[in-house]
Every structure is written in structure tokens, then in C-alpha cells.
Write a protein that binds this ligand. Sequence first.
Ligand code: FES
Length: 275
Amino acid sequence: MASPVRSKSMATVRVKRFNPDSDAKPYMQEFQVPNLQGTTLLDALHRIKHEQDGSLTFRRSCRHAICGSCAMNVNGRNILVCKTPLQGQLDRKGVVTIKPLPYLPIIKDLVVDRSTFWNEYLRVKPWLVPPATSPEREFRMSPEEVAALHNAETCIMCGACYSACQVVALNKKYIGPHALLKSFLRVLDPRDTIPGERLAEVGTDEGVFRCHTIFNCIDACPKNLNPTQAIETLRRLAQKRTAFEAARVERQRTIAGPLAAEPTPAAEGGVRHVP
Ligand code: FES
């Protein structure tokens, strides 16, 4: 069959479709949209939904790469479609292929079931557990302690790293890079009182010792974070958990007062953005 004639002023968006109520299996469908400068992939999906097929289903909210809801697989890579220009993703024939995040069950079209993602997130107790008594003014942290946490805090929980991870694909009990990054954030926070419990939870073969260091999580992260480095740090700390717990108890004697002159455990390793 002759291939369709494609105009340069138009782009072809190939979308993976699946409606569990009517489709036996997923299939690819093509749509034509204007190839205008400044159009993002999310704009293109909106255009298709509003002008061509209202049943096309996808998640989005903020449109500013903050909420993490629009992560999808585009041309084989997990990215945020709201911050990605359409033009940069077109091949020489003017075609871009959009699929749901891989390895997760499809609910409909580009929407996946993130239950395992959130269950693993809750498993590491992502909230801070501060000392029982709060200081009168503030907890005192050194610049190094704050810097160690800073970049891990910018994770937006989009799921791109989790769904790009080959270990997740093979083993649904693996905690996953997103939750391990969050655990890292809490373990290294000098205000947190349960670093030993956290290290016991992640220091297993369902946690940091299951990571194969494939680096897919780094490639996929739209915020250029480095979950692999966080996992490496957690591995080291898990192996000296008792000493780390003792150091945290000691650190918390001064957390409500002036800063200690001595280096603190939290300075051990921060997560840097990938250059
Ligand atoms: S819509 Fe919020 S990150 Fe894309």
C-alpha cells in the first residue's frame, strides 16, 4: 500500500490507543496536526482531542513541568510532553510516536495504572519524622546538610524513572528509583529520627541491592536528577547502619541549637543534577 503523502506544514502524531471496554488489544492510530512553531506535544494531544477525537485519553494538569502527570513514552523515551516541543520530536517524515509509560498496566490510551508506583512510595515512609520536641525557633542545619538534600527535593514524582527501569519491569517488588530517592532525602535529613528504620527497609534485595546500575533512571528523569547516585549512597549507609544511627542521635543533640563545628553525617553524599 502506498504511504500517505505528508505535508511539511503538518505533523503526524502516532498514538497508542486502547479502550478496555471495546478493544481486544492496543493499536496505533495516526492524526495530522499543524506543525506550528512553539507547539508542544501536549498542545498537539489537546488539539487532537478537541478537534478530531474527544475520546483520546491522557493525563495532564499544570502544563509547566511541575505536577508530573504528563509523563509518556515518546519515540521510545520517557519524557514530559508538556515541556517538549513537537518539532524537536519529529523524524524526517514528520512523524512522532506517543505511547503510555511502559511496564505499567494501561487504563485507557495514554493513561497508566500507577498503583505500584505509589505503593512503593508509601512503603519508604516519605514523610519526615522529626524529634518529639520542636525547637523554640528553628532546626539548625549546615549549608552542607541543606545542599545534600536540595536536588533530591526537586523530584516531581512523574514516574518516568520508575517506568524506564528494567528492574521494575522484571520485578514488581523492587522499591524503585523514585522511592529510593525519597528515602535518601529523609535518611540524610538531620531532622529525621528514624534513619536506621529507613535503611533497614531499603537495604534489602528488594531495595538498593536490587539496582543493577543500568542508569535508565538518569536518562529518563526530566529534572536531570541522579537516582543512581542516591542508591549508591544508601547502599554505603545501609552497610554501616548502626554507626549512622548513632551519629544521627548525636547530631540531634545540637539540631535545635547552634551548629556543631564537626562535619555531620548528612554531608556524606548529596544528589547532584546530571550536567
Ligand atoms: S502537565 Fe504537569 S508536568 Fe506536564
